[in-house]
Design a protein around this ligand. Structure first.
Ligand SMILES: [Cu+2]
Length: 493
């Protein structure tokens, strides 16, 4: 009998073989990359992008998208696509109440478009797949930052190219803070660390190989662009912002010592009540923020961040924390959170940005159903039997409406996983297969996991901008071929 993992493998191979030529797949199995021992290269932290100018309420940034040769594997130059020559792109640290205006110059020979994932923005700044920046041209994206603090990320979204262009490097972290964050005893500065994780395959010359939907054969995990790095930490409390920037890789995180994470935020911002977690699932495009406490860990200890859902042993160890100096903690931080009893440094109810009322607001005016599956006849990933058509609107929504979307992963037989991401909104995951979703995975979310056969209900209120926005599976190789639709928010009649 097949277990689920075997079924997933089978599903992928069947799916990939149907969609893509056998020759491509065969070549992908024969080309051994240079071997990099785990935990032999240091973690790097992407540079924080400085505004080119600032006014009373706006910060202006410049970025250039271009092909860049840089070092990912030690001693090898790899051809990548980058924002400002950085792999992943530079981090933008934005502040609620101050707009960010980002001018993107497309230095590629083909189109590019930039989507800020999780952001509440006008359609003209959403980076719609059909709204590209032509080669050599510039485009200004305006991000109002009028939403709660969150770990967002930006990435390419070019129609039919997003899978490959993100894979080759076009993504980066966008960390939105709220002035009232300062009220929380959260680690800042060097102790607030974005970790962009992703899957990759290198050929024998150390070049990135992109075979669509080939998740069985992307043997390398990169953290901030480095293969299975080590991270020298101090004996301090750390805020880690985990961003799954993979096209296809799913993570179930665990710390090798069995220590717990304190999850403080989900995709769209802080949880109302932080959650003690032993293991954390993070699928493509999802984010969590966790606190990890090294304060009582003996100096010299090595702790691995592991993926216990890895399909191969060599992808299990992702990142090694090496606990160094920094001394015993000072008296002022002598209150050590007791993770296991959930006695934490944050008092529930003190999380900023939370409305007094439950975000389940509004009367539900409509329920829709979206069925995701691989169509074996066409080799396309479809939603309600249709591939993406930029001229078709799949859901017309009156402004201010609250809707429930029932999303079905109809690929139980093939064992294929999917996700659903809506642009523009943060939603609440109501339930999964009839059972309520745990609070830490429920709100605020913009991407939801769908195990094979899952039926998930989400609820969203469309009271922000008017216009047309995509929704799609965020296994980007699926979205590219062509598991994507559009909703349009129209004025209330
Ligand atoms: Cu999918």
């Amino acid at each position: 009998m097949l277990n689920r993992r075997d079924a997933i493998k089978l599903g992928s191979v069947v799916g990939a073989a149907l969609v893509f030529p056998a020759r491509q797949l065969a070549s992908a199995f024969s080309d051994d990359p240079p071997r990099v021992p785990p935990f032999s290269v240091p973690l790097s932290i992407p540079p924080v992008l400085k505004p080119t100018r600032s006014t009373a309420d706006t910060d202006y940034y410049d970025m250039r998208i271009a092909e860049t040769d840089l070092e990912i594997l030690p001693g090898i130059r790899t051809r990548t696509l980058t924002f400002n020559g950085s792999f992943p792109g530079p981090t933008i640290r934005a502040r609620r109440g101050r707009a960010a205006v980002v001018r993107q110059v497309n230095g590629l020979p083909g189109p590019a478009t930039v989507h800020l994932h999780g952001a509440d923005v006008l359609p003209s700044s959403d980076g719609h797949p059909m709204d590209p920046i032509a080669p050599g041209q510039a485009r200004v994206y305006r991000y109002p930052n009028d939403q709660r603090a969150a770990t967002l990320w930006y990435h390419d979204h070019t129609h039919h190219l997003e899978g490959e262009q993100v894979y080759r490097g076009l993504s980066g972290a966008y960390l939105l803070s709220d002035p009232v964050d300062a009220l929380l005893p959260l680690p800042g500065g060097e102790f607030d660390v974005p970790l962009v994780l992703r899957d990759a395959k290198f050929d024998s010359r150390g070049q990135l190989v992109f075979v669509p939907d080939d998740f069985m054969n992307r043997p390398t995990i990169l953290v901030n662009g480095r293969p299975q790095p080590y991270f020298e930490v101090k004996r301090k409390l750390y805020r880690l912002r985990l961003i799954n920037g993979s096209n296809l890789e799913v993570f179930r995180f665990r710390l090798s010592t069995g220590a717990t994470f304190l999850q403080i935020a989900s995709d769209g911002g802080f949880l109302r009540v932080p959650a003690v977690r032993q293991e954390i699932d993070l699928w493509p495009a999802e984010r969590v923020e966790v606190l990890v406490d090294f304060r009582s860990v003996p100096q010299g200890t090595a702790i691995a961040l592991q993926n216990v859902a890895a399909l191969s042993e060599n992808k299990r160890d992702i990142l090694q924390f090496r606990v160094g100096g920094g001394g015993p903690w000072s008296k002022s931080e002598s209150v050590i959170p007791d993770w296991n009893r959930a006695r934490i440094p944050l008092a529930p109810g003190r999380i900023p940005g939370w409305p007094a009322n439950d975000p389940l607001r509004g009367n539900v005016t409509r329920t829709r159903r979206f069925v995701l599956r691989l169509d074996l006849a066409s080799g396309q990933f479809v939603i309600n039997d249709k591939g993406f058509d930029p001229d078709r609107v799949d859901a017309t929504i009156e402004h201010g409406s609250t809707e429930i979307w029932e999303i079905v992963n109809d690929d139980a037989a093939l064992g294929i996983q999917h996700t659903m991401h809506l642009h523009l909104v943060q939603f609440r995951v109501l339930d999964r297969n009839g059972r309520p979703e745990p609070a830490y995975d429920s709100y605020p979310k913009d991407t939801v996991r769908l195990f094979p056969g899952d039926v998930v209900r989400i609820q969203a209120t469309f009271d922000s901008h008017l216009g047309r926005y995509p929704f799609h599976c965020h296994f980007l190789d699926h979205a590219t071929h062509s598991m994507m639709g559009q909703f349009e928010v129209v004025p209330r009649r």
